[in-house]
Design a binder for this molecule. Structure first.
Ligand code: ADP
Length: 448
């Protein structure tokens, strides 16, 4: 089924409007001309009738009744109109008509004026137009009509041209956009529309360009994610394969426990897959919290204790500071928040060189619990800070086995904390260290 196109719609709308305006103007002009002409004719008739009345009275004065009749004939042929003269009691006392016209009696008079003598009315004279009189006005009207028809024809041609132009100009950006959208759908990512044309078309083109850029960026991110994932999985898998082959062939690795190494690598792989799964669930809005009132201190000690071995391995001093007035309990999901804090802690241990310090601080006010993880590590460039919590963002693009990650840990932390009704943030100075913090409401996320 074909739908009405915008181009046609605008064309028809513009054409109908312009045609309507032109017709209305034409009718108004014609009507006004007719009205003005009739008005002019009536004024002229009245002037002539008064002149004729004056002449008739003059004729009567000069020669009595026969003087009046003579004057009536002269006036009738001079002015080209029939005359019907009545006395004071309304009886017709004389008629006159221009040459070629037989009688004026009975025809409807154009105008009737009184005949006065010495200020006293003595009768009336009526001006009666011969049948040839009215058509005399017609040529003027015909000329106006012809001009109007010509003007209307020119106007309609202009209207047609303007309508076609309006339809084209308004529809062109949509056609271009449709073509561009098809190209994007077909896989092209470098499409950018020129910002030209009407205001709305420019705004739409700008939005389209942003969308195309976002698509290109997400496509790039997807490609990078696949490459990173392949890299992340490949390294531990190769190591695992090496150890398993060595075990299989009975080759021992001096000074190393192959089972412990295999366990470490496997743990690393499990964490990676957990992170990816978590991100996928967050994207699908499938993450749910199991909220409960949790005693903050023991929960925090457990979370820190689980990492003391790792901190010791890295030769990093890991301390927990509980600020005065810290609330006894808060309402959150202990496992999810531990994961969120765990990501901060793992990063702090990962990005802090041996001999450094990592300090976890817990404090609260009337409504919120704030947990921060401060390290004396490598810090983050100021330009990287705003995007650090974006998924797949890594400040250290030159990955190394020691610090390389997928760049999803902080995004997961942000997601989990936001689900808990809180917020996250970071302060950092390159080369000196960073402080990552999270803040959640003590009595849990507001009910939605
Ligand atoms: P990754 O798996 O790469 O560590 P994250 O989302 O946890 O992913 O962190 C994103 C990036 O933030 C890291 O690649 C790193 O560049 C930077 N980063 C995170 N924590 C720290 C920290 N404590 N010190 C310095 N840089 C950090």
């Amino acid at each position: 089924m074909r739908y009405l196109s915008l181009r046609w719609l605008l064309f028809v709308a513009a054409f109908v409007t312009l045609t309507g305006v032109i017709s209305l103007l034409g009718i108004t002009v014609l009507h006004t001309a007719q009205h003005q002409l009739s008005h002019y004719a009536a004024q002229r008739d009245s002037r002539i009738a008064h002149r004729v009345a004056h002449e008739l009275v003059g004729g009567f004065r000069r020669g009595g009744m026969s003087g009046l009749v003579r004057q009536a004939d002269t006036s009738a042929s001079q002015w080209g109109s029939g005359l019907v003269i009545r006395n004071g009691s309304g009886r017709v006392i004389a008629t006159a008509h221009p040459p070629g016209i037989r009688s004026s009696v009975g025809a409807s008079p154009a105008v009737t004026v009184p005949l006065r003598m010495g200020g006293k009315p003595i009768g009336t004279v009526a001006l009666v137009h011969p049948p040839t009189f009215e058509p005399r006005l017609s040529p003027v009207l015909r000329a106006i009509e012809r001009r109007l028809a010509l003007a209307a024809a020119v106007g309609l041609t202009i209207a047609l041209a303007v309508s076609i132009w309006v339809g084209r100009v308004a529809a062109a950006p949509f056609r271009k956009m449709a073509l561009a959208a098809r190209a994007v759908a077909a896989g092209r990512r470098d499409i950018q529309l020129p910002l030209v044309g009407l205001q709305e078309a420019r705004a739409l083109a700008e939005d389209f360009n942003h969308m195309a850029q976002a698509l290109a960026a997400s496509e790039q991110q997807r490609q990078r994610l696949i490459a990173d994932m392949a890299h992340e999985f490949r390294t531990p898998l190769s190591i695992l394969l090496g150890y398993v082959t060595a075990l299989d062939e009975g080759v021992s690795v001096p000074g190393q426990d192959p089972v412990a190494l295999i366990r470490d690598e496997t743990r690393h792989l499990v964490r990676l897959t957990d992170d990816l799964q978590m991100l996928a669930r967050a994207d699908a809005q499938e993450l749910e919290l199991s909220l409960q009132w949790v005693e903050i201190r023991p929960w925090l000690r457990n979370a820190i204790n689980a990492l003391t071995d790792l901190a010791a391995q890295h030769r990093i001093e890991l301390t927990l500071v509980l600020k005065e007035g810290l609330a006894h309990a808060a309402r959150y999901d202990p496992d999810r928040l531990r994961q969120a804090l765990g990501n901060y802690l793992h990063n702090a241990l990962k990005y802090t060189p041996a001999g450094g310090r990592v300090t976890v601080t817990a404090q609260s006010d009337a409504d919120t619990l704030t947990l921060s993880v401060a390290d004396t590590g490598i810090g983050v460039d100021a330009e990287d800070l705003p995007r650090l919590f974006d998924r797949l963002y890594r400040a250290d693009r030159a990955r190394s086995r020691g610090t390389g990650g997928l760049g999803v840990g902080l995004a997961i932390t942000k997601k989990l904390v936001e689900l808990s009704g809180g917020s996250v943030g970071v302060r950092s100075t390159k080369g000196e260290g960073s402080t990552f913090w999270l803040q959640i409401p003590l009595d849990g996320p507001p009910a939605s």
